[in-house]
Design a protein around this ligand. Structure first.
Ligand code: BEZ
Ligand code: FE
Length: 293
């Protein structure tokens, strides 16, 4: 029995309009989406103007997106959808295990073509401009290990990327060299990786488009707490996508895209006797074997 005053058969008619040749998972997702969207419209008695404002926002997001800007993903991020999908994926994959490194969202600034660098290299290829905060150099190092046995994973790949002190990733900033603040590293015979980087600094997600408009309408700020992105891969293990967050960051408890997890909060400590960096971070990545087929 319908609990509203509108056509009680309308939603079923739309859902049942799908033919026989529909992928079962697509049928499940599409039916559920239609039911939720219709319930949303009925519950709120959505007006034509409100619906059209939503359509315009989605169109604007599409028009603004290109190879360097993914406004659709950003819209999902500011309403927590990418972080929720990450949580669902991580829980489904690891319900029965104790403590592999937690996952976090990929975000829109990943680049698939990041080059390999040697362990110990500096990923700061373009120093922050004199007009931007100078930043602090840090030496990040650690091992990639099997989460249970702690056995080092030799030849694992650790990929990292971070924003510069002006809050921009290299593809957003014509003054940064291509692949600045990015690198892929292969672990050595002890399973170790290492590189010099910047201590990460907080930055606002791009807020001059529809995602920024949604944030303003929700009376929210656009800042992400300081973080470094990591993807770690090793044959026979589940690929890990995550981010680590600086414990000292003021936005740790109110990330604009809801990606912070307690176990991903790290402490940069003083590094002595290294002219290249006054800070260091020792961070081990714990991977889970891929489920046996
Ligand atoms: C990022 O961490 O790079 C990011 C994530 C979500 C939205 C914008 C940026
Ligand atoms: Fe980021």
């Amino acid at each position: 029995m319908a609990t509203h005053r509108f056509d009680p058969n309308f939603t079923d008619n739309v859902v049942n309009s799908m033919g026989d040749n529909v992928n079962p998972r697509f049928r499940q997702l599409m039916s559920s989406l239609i039911r939720h969207v219709h319930d949303f419209a009925r519950e709120n008695e959505l007006t034509v103007d409100e619906w059209m404002a939503g359509v315009k926002l989605i169109n604007w997001a599409g028009q603004m997106s290109d190879a360097k800007r993914n406004e659709g993903q950003l819209l999902c991020d500011v309403i927590g959808l990418e972080s929720l999908v990450d949580e669902i994926t991580f829980k489904l994959a690891d319900e029965a295990t104790d403590a592999p490194t937690a996952t976090a969202i990929l975000g829109p600034f990943f680049r698939a073509d990041t080059p390999f660098r040697q362990n110990g290299d500096n990923i700061v290829k373009t120093a922050p401009k004199a007009s931007d905060p100078k930043g602090e150099m840090a030496f990040m190092h650690g091992r990639v290990v099997d989460f249970e046995s702690k056995k080092p994973l030799v030849g694992a790949v650790v990929e990292v990327w971070q924003a510069s002190t002006n809050g921009l990733y290299e593809q957003q900033d014509k003054d940064q060299e291509e692949f600045n603040l990015r690198g892929k590293f292969r672990t050595d015979d002890d399973g170790r990786y290492s590189f010099y980087c910047l201590r990460p600094t907080p930055y606002p997600v791009p807020d001059d488009g529809p995602a920024g408009k949604v944030l303003k309408l929700m009376d929210r700020h656009p800042f992400r707490p300081a973080h470094i992105h990591i993807i770690a891969t090793y044959d026979g293990y589940k690929p890990l996508t995550t981010q680590i967050f600086d414990r000292k960051d003021p936005y740790l408890t109110n990330d604009s895209v809801f990606a912070v997890k307690d176990s991903l909060v790290v402490d940069f400590v003083e590094r002595k006797g290294d002219p290249q960096a006054g800070l260091e971070l020792n961070y081990d990545v714990r991977l889970v074997p891929a489920a046996a087929e």
